[in-house]
Design a protein around this ligand. Sequence first.
Ligand code: FPP
Length: 280
Amino acid sequence: MKVRGEADQQEKTVDGNSDAQVILPEHLAIIMDGNGRWASRRRLPRLEGHRQGAKAVRRTVEFARKTGIKYLTLYAFSTENWQRPDDEVSGLMRLLSQFIDSELNEIHSHGIRFTTIGDISRLPKRLVEKIERAKAKTSGNGRMCLIVALSYGGRHEIVSAALKLADQINSGQISPDHFNESSFSELLDTKGIPDPDLLIRTGGEVRVSNFLLWQLAYTELYFTQILWPDFDETALSDALEEYRSRQRRFGMTSEQKKSSKCIVTNQGGTPCSRPASSLQ
Ligand code: FPP
């Protein structure tokens, strides 16, 4: 696979497969599915699947960094996952805590900013404190953003944003006349983060499972049968190769797109250059 350097990632044209087409997603989002099946096929406890899944997380962060992906969002725990058996939930919380313990220095040393989306107040208090310390430590980093979705649900995020909007309108802070899609995006957990260019879901299911419902409007979707613990560099390269072959029209016709000189930037600017307050 042809991989270009970071400087080439700053903008993309809507020029189909021409050489000017950006070849890497600026923002890659992943639904990491299949840990349980990976374990049960080996007659192992589900938690062992999650443990191997955490290793796949490590590999993926490293490969994404080396490849030049600027934003990597991982769906680690959904609002619905709270319904899983208590021992699985607490095991997942432990793995997240261990991940921060073992990976944070490495992440920081590579200039990666660690952040989360979702309602982390529901997590165990000590884990929340650890997450907050990790965010604070890496808040000045700008080479890449690692965004972990924790206790996250797309519908919950949209309803929370709508409630914030209602408050702001009621208190006269904003007028509905001056409100648009872009200002609504500012009320979401992903404020300041460009929408994903590519969503990968492992594990063979073909759905988005309440993940980034607003943000996926024009995202390219890629589904693979590979179970998350088996996801490796080859699997990620295959997904990026497929992404490269996609024609992103953003609602235009092919003809309009061909004649268009329009440069599409993914709302971005310099990756991770936004003020710390813009990321949660
Ligand atoms: C879905 O697989 C996976 C999860 C609910 C948890 C994902 C967690 C990790 C990959 C490990 C920890 C994360 C980090 C960021 C260190 P599933 O259990 O639903 O699989 P199944 O569909 O085969 O049962």
